[in-house]
Design a protein around this ligand. Sequence first.
Ligand code: PLP
Length: 399
Amino acid sequence: MASTTHAYQIADLFAERARKLAPPTYGTELSKILSVSFTYGLADPILFPHADLAAASAAILFEEAPIGLNYGPPSDQLYEQIILRLQAQGIPADRDRVVIGYGSSQILSLLPDVFIEPGDVVIVEGPTFLGVVARFVHSGARLITIPVDELGMDVDALEETLSDLKKKGIRPRFIYTIPTFHNPTGTTMPLFRRKKLVALAAEYGVVVVEDDAYGDLRFQGETVPSLASLDREGWVLYVSTFSKIIAPSVRLGWACGHQAIIKRLAMFKSEEPVRPFISYVLGRYCATGKLAHHIQELIACYNHKCNLLLEAIAQEFPSDVVALRPDGGFFVWCKLPPDISAKALLTASAEHGVTFLPGTGCYGNGQGDDAIRLAFSFQPTQKIVEGIATLGEVLRQWE
Ligand SMILES: Cc1ncc(COP(=O)(O)O)c(C=O)c1O
C-alpha cells in the first residue's frame, strides 16, 4: 500500500463510545493454562444436552429442512414453548408480549435504543452484571446505583431515590435488577421486597427490567414469585435465556412484557434476527418435555459444587472472610477483611494459577475492592477444592 504523509489516524474517527472500549478479555483466559478459574459464570459443559440436541437437529433436518434452513423468523414451536414456560411461572404471556433474541444480552443491549437519550437516568444495582450495564453507559445513560444487601436490592433506598428524583422533576427510564440468584452476590430478593419494588414501579411510572438468567437453577429454599408475575400494570419487562439451562452458544433469550415495549424491541432487533435453524432445534427439544428433567440434573450438579465450594471456603479461608450462601445460580460472593484488596488478591492468586472476579468488576464506579465473586459452575469438583485451597493459602499470607 502507498505510504501517506498526512497525520490522519483512523482512531480519530471513532465515536467516543468506540474509543473507550477495552479489548475483550473474555475467552483469552480460557485458552491460557490456568489451574483454576472461578472468573466466569459459565455452565458446566459436561452437562450440555448434546445427544438430545443432536436428535432435535436431525429431526429438523429430515422433516422440516425447507423452512428450518431458510430465511425467516424464529420457530412458532419455540414461541409456544417459551410462552408455556412463562405461563407456568404465573407470567401473563402471549405472542404479542414475547420477543425472542440472540441471547438475553441482545435484548438487554437494545434497551438503550428504546429508552435512553444521553443524560437520562437509569437505576442499577450495586454490585451488578456490568456486561449489560456497560451498554447503558455507552448510550449516554446517567446511572444511579442502589445498594444490594443479603436480601437483594435495598428497596427502601430505591424509594428514597425515586422520591428525590421526582422532586427534581426526573423520571428514571428503567430500573435494572437481577432479583433471583443475583449476579454477582447470589442473593434472592424476598417476596415483601418484590411486592414493594413492583408497587414503586407503578407509583413512579418506571419500567423494571427483571433479568432472570439463573431463576430455574434453585437448589434450596422456596420458590419466590418473579416480579413479572406480581405485576398487574405492565411495568415489568422480564428477560431470560437458554444460556444457563441448555448452552450459551445456542444464543437464545427472550423478553416478556408490555406490548408497546416488545413491539419496539422487535423493531430494533430486526437487523440482527435470531438464526432460524437453532430456534427450530430448541423448539423441538423443548417440546419433547426433556428440559424439565435436564434442569433437575443441572440443579443437582450445581448444588453439589456450591456445597463443595462453601465447605472448602470454611476450611481454607481465614474466618473473617464472609461468604454468602446462595439458594441457586452460579455464584458465591465473599466479603474480604478490611485490609485486603480484591484486585491485589487477584494479582497474587493469578501467579498461583487461580483467578476470580474482583468486586470492582461489578461496579461502574471503582467500588467493590472489598469483595470477590467466585463462580462454582464451570470447574470440575476436584479443581474447586484445589483452587480454594490455593486461594486460602494466598489469603493467609496477608495475615
Ligand atoms: C445476569 C445475566 N444476564 C444476562 C446474561 C447473558 O446471557 P446470554 O447468554 O443470554 O446473553 C448473563 C450471562 O452471564 C448474566 O449473568
